[in-house]
Design a protein around this ligand. Sequence first.
Ligand code: CMX
Length: 136
Amino acid sequence: MLKIEHIGIAVHDLEEAEKLYEKLLGSPSYKREEVESEKVVTSFFRSGPNKVELLAATEESSAIHKYLEKKGEGIHHIAFAVENIRAEMARLKAEGFTLLNDEPKPGADNKLICFVHPKGTRGVLIELCQERPHPQ
Ligand code: CMX
């Protein structure tokens, strides 16, 4: 794993949370993006070399909706940047971790992603993400 790529925070109201994080970090969101397959809308902030991703649900069937209902707002996941997501997925599977998808899937911010079940990581949902090549 290369570094922590971002920290994901689940929020009820994206606009209100954006205002708060803009004040907190002293700079505005640089990107808002909907990820239809995950039923979320995301907003990204930079803090030096690090990133914070705010996540709000777009549908009641979204994992974020379920999370907010159960646990309320807060840190939802930690994402690690990886060089080769398939190789990391194979390595973690061989180590006995439970991957939540068999194949890398498209995520926000031009990434290929895979989640690792929080039950096998002491209660923390982990995301692997690999930068996708930019279209020419
Ligand atoms: N962090 C830590 N624990 C979590 C969690 C999270 N984000 N989400 C769920 N859990 C825990 C629950 O508290 C619950 O624990 P208990 O059994 O002790 O109560 C357990 O995991 C099962 O949770 P659940 O509410 O019954 O939910 P599901 O099993 O249906 O789903 C999970 C949980 C992690 C498998 C599902 O949320 C998932 O597949 N997540 C990956 C996809 C995702 O989160 N997408 C949204 C973000 C997309 C993006 O970043 O772009």
